[in-house]
Design a protein around this ligand. Structure first.
Ligand code: GLU
Length: 393
């Protein structure tokens, strides 16, 4: 018996693995301070919870249209038209089982063996593996750490070959928090259109921006380049609704129709009452989002300051998302050679869970989420400091 060869180069998701290991250790009685998976610790908005409960009480528990409930597609179309002047009709939104499923279904619908997809790195763990599962090849283009991993269009556009089918960007970035400035986004959108390839923009962290930065959404370019701009979004992070599993894709009718066909054979509709909750969040939870982002800004400062006090660490404040991505290459001289070794060290010696940078494409970094309580951040920093002092002296 054997597994399909397409799995040969696909690992367990590193972010989910950290969560799993932390849960296992907790179940075994160990107290773990986790900076692992990016998952807001806030409650889901009360309006969403109430709407989903009402939907259940009303018996809204059967299949819905496979592409999602029309009300949610329409509301998203209204939101993107109002916020970004996007021309997308409700039918050009596909509601999916989280943003992850949107990206996967797009990959299956658009890419095949022989195709290349350009991804700036460090990048989210699932990007390259989803492309590989579709049989295509991820082309990884490194982003400079200097300047906070800000994304630049030129190196990405220079990587375009006759086999390139798409560029996949994520701003603010998981794991670096780096952003794609408006001028660079414009260059990318224009460059992709000129090359006849898709620009897929994963905007999962669009609301998580700090220091008064404003957001440049690819949706603003969809009117000018309706054939090539594709957007992916999620309710998970914005509304602290990770477990509900509701995300979406928007773009050219043909592309969304292709991904919808995949979804029709893969999951059918996302959970009926979860979509009702997502709709209520979209229409009524903006105040909670603002409150959460304000709190995350304070946590970011707390974590960045603390990390910079640890021996061997260097950490710039991230512009967005809710991850710090410190450089830990200074630990090499103390015998901690790789990000995996450092991750193991903190788990064993400090009961602290982090994600190794190597999972995102760089071995000189760690990822620590600050979507966790201030107490977790303070205790985690203290435990890491003690473990490092014991080791280094
Ligand atoms: N996207 C989050 C993270 O990177 C959740 C886990 C996952 O889906 O990868 O931590």
């Amino acid at each position: 018996m054997r597994l399909a060869s397409r799995l040969a180069h696909v690992e367990e998701s590193a972010t989910l693995k950290v969560t799993r290991r932390a849960a296992e250790l907790r179940a075994a009685g160990r107290e773990i301070l986790s900076f692992g998976a990016g998952e807001p610790d806030f409650d889901s908005p009360a309006v969403a919870v109430r709407a989903a409960q009402r939907a259940l009480d009303d018996g809204f528990t059967r299949y819905t249209p496979a592409s999602g409930i029309p009300e949610l597609r329409r509301s998203l179309a209204d939101r993107y038209a109002a916020d970004h002047g996007a021309p997308w009709a409700a039918e050009q939104f596909l509601i999916t089982v989280g943003g992850k499923a949107a990206l996967f279904e797009l990959a299956i619908a658009l890419f095949e063996p022989g195709d290349e997809v350009i991804i700036p790195t460090p990048c989210w763990v699932s990007f390259p593996d989803q492309i590989r599962l579709a049989g295509a090849e991820p082309i990884l283009v490194p982003t400079q750490a200097e300047g906070g991993f800000e994304l630049k269009a030129d190196p990405i556009l220079e990587a375009i070959s006759p086999r390139t089918r798409a560029i996949l960007v994520n701003s603010p970035s998981n794991p670096t928090g780096g952003i794609l400035p408006a001028a660079e986004l414009e260059k990318l959108v224009r460059g992709a259109a000129a090359a006849g390839i898709y620009l897929i923009s994963d905007e999962t962290y669009e609301f998580f921006l700090y220091d008064d930065r404003s957001y440049a959404s690819a949706a603003a370019w969809a009117k000018r380049f309706p054939e090539t701009v594709v957007l992916v979004g999620s309710f998970s992070k914005t509304y602290a609704m990770t477990g509900w599993r509701v995300g979406y894709a928007a773009g050219p009718s043909e592309v969304i129709g292709g991904a919808a066909r995949v979804q029709g054979h893969a999951t059918s509709n996302p959970t009926s009452f979860a979509m009702v909750g997502a709709l209520a969040a979209l229409e009524g939870a903006a105040p909670q989002v603002a409150e959460m982002v304000g709190e995350f800004a304070a946590r970011r400062d707390l974590l960045v300051a603390g990390l910079n006090e640890l021996p061997g660490f260097r950490c710039d404040p991230p512009a967005g998302a809710f991850y710090t991505f410190p450089d830990i290459s200074g630990l090499k001289s103390h015998g901690l050679e790789s990000s995996l070794e450092v991750t193991e060290f903190f788990l064993e010696e400090a009961s602290v869970a982090v994600v190794p940078g190597v999972a995102f494409g760089t071995d000189d970094h760690l990822r620590l989420s600050f979507a966790c309580s201030r107490a977790n951040i303070e205790q985690g920093l203290q435990a890491m400091r003690c473990a490092l002092v014991r080791r280094i002296g």
